[in-house]
Each structure stands twice: as structure tokens, then as C-alpha cells.
Write a protein that binds this ligand. Sequence first.
Ligand code: THU
Length: 160
Amino acid sequence: MKELKIESIFQVYNDLNELPNDISILMNRAIEARSKAYAPYSKFKVGAAILLENGEIVAGNNQENVSYPSGLCAERTAIYYAGSQYPDSKILKMAITAASSNQITKNPIPPCGACRQAIAEYEIKQDSPIEIFFMGEIGSIMKSNSLSNLLPLLFDKSAL
Ligand code: THU
């Protein structure tokens, strides 16, 4: 028996003012997208904005459904739109923000497990990392240099 230790390193920015200008622009697009989320059941609105290599920014938000599992997270709404509209443009960065109507979300909200798996698919497809920045409604922003940081021991096609 041996142990395997897997470490992840994240950068933490104190607030929006500390972000580099291009990320600040991207996060503001995510905030704008968040405001348009359809989340009547959870009242938890999430916005995601993606910067593509061709300079385009595409954004999405969570879309809920009365049949709960039929809804979709913001990150997958955005990344599937990017994949469907710009299949040949690499995804460089993603900014995510979440806000609840029950409380002020101060902690950075990372993508859920299903979204991590979906984002991983595009990292593998394009063979280059996607930078992920995530925050709550206010407060600090965390950065991961690659999705793989957020999803160790990834299930990939080598297993098929
Ligand atoms: N949600 C996202 O949009 N992204 C995540 O990564 C976590 C959860 C949404 C799904 C649902 O509409 C609401 O937040 C509450 O789970």
C-alpha cells in the first residue's frame, strides 16, 4: 500500500478591485448574466461568462425547471453555448458568480461536480487549460489555473 497525495493551488483575490482588468470585465459579464438567471425554486442565481480565444465573451445563467433535474447550471448553459456556437475557438477563461435571495453570499462559489466534468471535457478537447475565477455576490474571488485542479482523478477517454 502507498499513499497518493494530490495538491491543488488556488489564487485568492480580496475583491473585484484586485482583479486584472480583463477578468474584471469578464466577471462583470457574469454578474450581468446572473441578474437574468431563472431560479424561481432555489432563489439562488448563478452567472457564468466565458472568454474565447477569438475575443468573444459568451455568458449563461442557471435555468431551473419545476421538474428539478431538468434544470441546468449556469456554467453548463454558458459552456454548451460556447461549444455550439464557436466549436473551433478555445475557451480561455471562465468567471462565475452566485447570489442567493436568502442571504448575502460572501464565500466564493465553485462549480458543482457535474459542471466540473463538463468543463473538463472542453479542456481535454482543446488540449489547453481553462482558467476559472469564482466568487459569491461580494467578497473574495478564487482562481484555479485549470479545471483539472478542481477535479483530480478525472474520468477520461483512456478508460473507454
Ligand atoms: N447552480 C449553478 O448554476 N451552478 C453550480 O455550479 C451550482 C448550482 C444552480 C443550480 C440550481 O439552479 C441552483 O444553483 C441551486 O442549486
